[in-house]
Design a protein around this ligand. Structure first.
Ligand SMILES: [Zn+2]
Ligand SMILES: [Zn+2]
Length: 118
């Protein structure tokens, strides 16, 4: 069963949440078949609420919470590939006008974003 999230909102109001990946995938397939848009939807598991939402496939950067800390003591997001990290950096630049750099972490072996160019 899908339901409206009361913790997570998108540009058009509360996000629709799915209890498992199969439901989310079915919903994505259905919407992709009838969509008028030029992008595909893809399910992802939400860091915040733990349920599944649908997001634009071209914006899915496969990020997850890592166990690495940033300079202010917060957990950094990690990206499995350099391309994913770069895509997120591009989205942040477009939305917030902030330039971020990507680097491969020697601690976890994944990719992170940073404000500082190494
Ligand atoms: Zn959520
Ligand atoms: Zn790391």
């Amino acid at each position: 069963m899908s339901f409206k999230s009361n913790t997570c909102t998108g540009q058009n109001g509360p996000l629709t949440s799915y209890q498992n990946i199969k439901e989310a995938r079915d919903a994505a397939n259905y919407q992709n078949r009838y969509s008028r848009f030029n992008f595909k939807l893809e399910p992802y598991q939400c860091n915040k609420c733990g349920y599944f939402h649908l997001g634009r496939a071209d914006r899915n950067t496969h990020n997850e919470r890592s166990t690495c800390l940033d300079s202010s003591g917060h957990y950094k997001d990690k990206y499995p590939t350099e391309a994913d990290a770069r895509r997120r950096a591009d989205i942040i630049k477009e939305e917030k006008g902030v330039t971020l750099y990507v680097y491969k972490c020697s601690n976890c072996g994944m990719w992170h974003l940073t404000h500082t160019r190494w």
